[in-house]
Design a protein around this ligand. Structure first.
Ligand SMILES: Nc1nc2c(ncn2[C@@H]2O[C@H](COP(=O)(O)OP(=O)(O)O)[C@@H](O)[C@H]2O)c(=O)[nH]1
Ligand SMILES: [Mg+2]
Length: 292
């Protein structure tokens, strides 16, 4: 993360967001479709509740298609419309427009005196979920700075999206929740928490364990592992779960030639490779938080 979330900073950010909320009709909460719960910020939900909300499940090009549908249903059950989007290609944006108009129309009786005025939106989300990419897409232009450095300060202004819709050009940057280990790890896998903060080997190894549980086929395919060898490792009753994962890691290392002097497997290199391959989608479409 390029933002240091100390309490004073969080309080200031929250105050600014609450201030901005007064100007808008609908909150656009951008989540990472691979980790829809971990990429939410619970501390701000109380304030957002006063507003209509649309959830954007961004990076859906990288997440599991079956899980994508389940997550949309999950939010629908809570009466929150969620739209699957890929902000890099623009996929899903026609649906975004439609849903925004529907949500606005449904709440129109509450907005007496605003008939005929534009629908005003504001984008919110933790760093790295794709807020700037989303805003760029909505604006159909590339004037908003996009990159891995969230929180670039800009002058506040409205972007006209269409005849009916205006968008606040500055997103509300929410702080990620790092108090729970599992959530912090999910944020580390996706690269929201930068690799310098947590040891790469630990993060990569933990990711491997998650992948072994839910996406073993993807690992076998990507690294051309022998299904029989992997099966034998998994069925080995003498091995603890950590030892099994270590064995699989070594298998990947052997296939990839990640060997250091003395014939030992270069675990740091494998960990880096696993993280990189997951983040870039080379391991396939993967969701790390499963909807029930
Ligand atoms: N594959 C994929 N990458 C995305 C998507 N949206 C954003 N990104 C990438 O995620 C990174 C963070 O995006 P950015 O818009 O800067 O996030 P912000 O910090 O929330 O403003 C960038 O490398 C983007 O190219 C998406 O829908 N799919
Ligand atoms: Mg940004």
């Amino acid at each position: 993360m390029n933002i240091n979330w100390y309490p004073g900073h969080m309080a200031k950010t929250k105050k600014q967001i609450i201030e901005d909320l007064k100007l808008i009709d609908i909150v656009i909460e951008v989540l990472d479709a691979r980790i829809p719960i971990s990429s939410q910020n619970p501390d701000i939900q109380e304030q957002i509740k006063q507003k209509k909300k649309v959830i954007i499940l961004n990076k859906s090009d990288l997440s599991d298609e079956k899980q994508n549908q389940k997550w949309v249903e999950y939010f629908a059950k809570q009466n929150i419309p969620a739209v699957l989007v890929d902000s890099t290609s623009g996929k899903g944006f026609n649906e975004v427009d439609k849903v925004i108009k529907n949500v606005y129309e449904a709440g129109r009786y509450e907005q007496k005196g605003r008939v005929g005025k534009s629908i005003r939106l504001m984008v919110m989300g933790i760093p790295n979920v794709g807020k700037s990419s989303f805003i760029n897409r909505m604006a159909h232009k590339a004037s908003t700075k996009v990159g891995n450095k969230p929180g670039v300060t800009k002058q506040k202004q409205w972007i006209r999206v269409s005849n009916e819709i205006e968008l606040l050009d500055t997103p509300g940057v929410l702080w990620p929740k790092l108090d729970e280990k599992n959530t912090a790890m999910n944020l580390a896998y996706t690269g929201t928490i930068k690799d310098e903060i947590l040891p790469t080997i630990e993060v990569g190894f933990a990711l491997l364990k998650v992948l072994m549980e839910h996406y073993l086929k993807n690992l076998i395919e990507r690294y051309k592992l022998s299904a029989e060898v992997i099966e034998a490792i998994l069925q080995n009753r003498v091995l603890e779960p950590n030892e099994k994962a270590l064995e699989v890691m070594n298998e990947i290392g052997r296939k990839r030639g990640c060997v250091i002097a003395g014939g030992e497997i270069d675990q740091e290199r494998i960990a880096n490779m696993l993280l990189e391959d997951f983040r870039t989608g080379k391991l396939g479409k993967i969701t790390l938080e499963m909807s029930q």
